[in-house]
Design a protein around this ligand. Structure first.
Ligand SMILES: Nc1ncnc2c1ncn2[C@@H]1O[C@H](COP(=O)(O)OP(=O)(O)OP(=O)(O)O)[C@@H](O)[C@H]1O
Ligand SMILES: [Mg+2]
Length: 306
């Protein structure tokens, strides 16, 4: 498979701090790669190295076969990549139309401000000054600027930061559309749901290092742990259900940890409870999630702040 991005043993330091500590990954063309990690993990720094911001201490980066640390390569790369950074500084006094035109001129393309604004949910806001837009609106404009020149590779740094539910839906739909169009996307996020929903492959980063890298399903299967089924039912005992997995009891609650399909286990448990004449007070099924896998891998939680 042809790789759009290849990062090898990347190291980036800020003074004594090693922000990126030997990161390697490859992103096949037409796929979406999610960098997932907590604040300060090194996501933005990794992305910046991919787009030619700052010099790495060591290691190498190739984007579309070009080396972003070399000015000549970077000049050839720029029109082929789109970037939405975590902090984009846009001219405060310019309005949406002017900013779209400014960027279009930079890339030497014709802009269709109306269509572009509509695409990111900024319809009717073409005359709004950047400085008077909300954080989420500015973020949408930044997305429009990353898309406008139809780049082959997109780098989206916390693209949904500050966006409301509507903004996030637009973003998700846009990412799906870009994937369908064969674009390659690297996105960073600390939202589990976003990483899981959008990424073909997820790379978990902790303190500048990659701690796991696979598809969401693989990460969950490998690190998410067992599924559990819990039942509280007077007169219930899992006598004939040993084959389902491991049973423990806490108070009046029976808990089954199973590697098998928890839905089938749940059905067998209900059947048994009924056969025993046990009245079910509560019944709960928990499938392992990517969050469970993240906790197991990093020993940290990714507190959802949504
Ligand atoms: N310009 C800089 N100068 C000094 N230290 C920096 C600089 N930029 C980042 N760092 C440090 O490097 C580490 C990695 O930062 P980075 O911005 O890459 O993290 P991140 O994973 O993007 O975090 P967040 O989720 O908060 O965006 C952090 O400890 C940060 O404080
Ligand atoms: Mg960041």
């Amino acid at each position: 498979m042809e790789q759009a991005i290849v990062v090898e043993q990347l190291v980036k330091r800020y003074g004594k701090l090693t922000a990126v500590d030997g990161i390697s990954f490859a992103v096949p063309r037409g796929t979406i790669f999610g960098l997932l990690g907590r604040n300060g993990a090194g996501k933005t720094t990794t992305l910046e190295c991919c787009i030619g911001i700052g010099q790495p201490a060591s290691g190498s980066v190739r984007v579309l076969g070009l080396d972003p640390t070399r000015p000549r390569d970077l000049a050839r790369l720029r029109p082929r990549i789109g970037v939405q950074l975590q902090t984009t500084s846009l001219p405060e006094k310019a309005n949406v139309r002017e900013v779209l035109e400014l960027y279009a001129a930079y890339y030497g393309i014709r802009t269709q401000p109306q269509a572009m604004a509509a695409r990111v949910g900024l319809d009717g806001k073409l005359d709004r000054q950047v400085g008077q837009m909300s954080g989420g609106e500015q973020q949408r404009l930044a997305l429009a600027l990353a898309l406008q020149h139809d780049p082959e590779v997109l780098f989206l740094d916390e693209p949904s930061a500050g966006m409301d539910a509507f903004g996030r839906r637009i973003l998700f739909a846009e990412v799906e559309r870009l994937r369908a169009a064969g674009k390659t996307i690297v996105l960073t996020t600390h939202y589990i749901e976003e990483a899981e929903r959008l990424s073909d492959r997820i790379c978990m980063i902790q303190r500048g290092r990659i701690v796991a890298q696979a598809t969401a399903a693989e990460l969950v299967a490998q690190f998410g742990g067992d599924a559990t089924v819990s039942i509280v039912a007077d007169g219930f005992a899992p006598a004939a259900l040993d084959g389902l997995g491991t049973w423990t009891q806490t108070g009046g609650q029976w808990n089954l940890a199973t590697r098998g399909e928890p839905g089938l286990a749940l059905a067998a448990i209900v059947t048994q409870a009924n056969a025993m004449g046990a009245k079910i007070a509560s019944l709960d099924l928990h499938r392992p999630t990517l969050e469970d896998a993240f906790v197991a891998i990093t020993g940290e939680t990714l507190a959802e702040t949504e």
